[in-house]
Design a protein around this ligand. Sequence first.
Ligand code: FAD
Ligand code: MG
Length: 365
Amino acid sequence: MISSSIRHRDNVGSPSGEPVRLKPHLLFLLFVILLTPGCQQTPHEYKRTLLVFGTLVNITLRDVDEELAQKSFEQIRQDLELMHFLWHPWKRGPLGRTNALLATGGWFSVNVSVLPVIEKGRDLARITNNLFNPAIGKLIALWGYHQDEPPTGPPPSKEAIEQLLAQHPRMSDIEFDGLRIRSRNPAVQLDFGAMAKGLAIDRVIDYLRRQGIHNAIVNAGGDLKVTGSHGDRPWRIGIRHPRKQDGVLAALDVNDGESVFTSGDYERFYEYEGRRYHHIIDPRTGYPADQTTSVTVIHTNAATADAAATALFVAGPDGWQAIARKMQLRYVMLVDKNGRIIMTPAMAKRIALTEIDNKPVVIEP
Ligand code: FAD
Ligand code: MG
């Protein structure tokens, strides 16, 4: 049986006016937005939805006048569209050029908008023991995830996967000399899909604060960061249930400056002969990580939260603690393939699960 994760075919307009199809996780985002009380446009609350990075980005600003809100939305739209172009994993652009030159093995000057992303990716790869490994772009392409629509199968051959694995692409293969870089390993192909949304959201929140906007939430397909509060209470969000279509697993109050990122096997996947093949690849095996269905991380740095959620997803129920300790993560929730919920004590104190009969396992990292 072949089925695709695309079930909804609603059309929305992208900022560039191109028609796009809404994926289930985009519909979930709209649902989460509706969950947030006070989402009515009030004289002091403004909302804008943009389509970048293949996802809907919803921005809510509070306690701001209309002129500043509209000016900020326009600036953010331009900035996000620029980041989309600069860091796109498979379209022609600065990251594509970087990948082509890395494959030659020679030194070259890297685009200054790409260099900090590579440096951040290198640091996060190191601290996650390479479970977050943005150098595995070739594997992600082999699995068919370098396109808008999820593939339909069959999965790639064992030989093709093993051939890429044997080349061990790592961020530590890249050498740095000021603005110049080179790769000692021609198999390195960069894909920042597990971190770029976080980087972008950090920048949008920084920009808003510099504009004097102190109460805002930026939500990209359920991954988000807040500044300030929602009136006299914190921003409140829902975390998607990994197995219930449009269901909510938990509710959470998000404090000033926090970001909440979730990696799930339901975001992009296909089924082939009864097995699910999703987009989060275990760099040790070359196959989709199969012990986890979702991981949520709270951190003040959105790029760190983004990469950490992906790395802990790969680490799974037996390996997440070592990485969480190394990264000094306080707030982690993991749902394993059997639906068992594991979380840190700090997370347990502040999260409200919707299924009262599913008692979480609470463990120190
Ligand atoms: P995360 O868990 O945060 O990341 C998973 C993604 O990271 C995978 O999709 C893969 O790309 C990569 N990855 C998988 N395993 C690993 C690993 N072990 N270590 C490191 N990385 C891994 N998608 C579209 O459909 N259309 C677009 O036009 C589009 N444009 C994009 C533009 C940019 C600049 C970027 C960065 C991504 C774009 N994407 C696009 C991809 C889309 O954003 C991904 O679906 C998204 O990055 C996955 O994020 P996530 O939060 O669901 O999962
Ligand atoms: Mg991630």
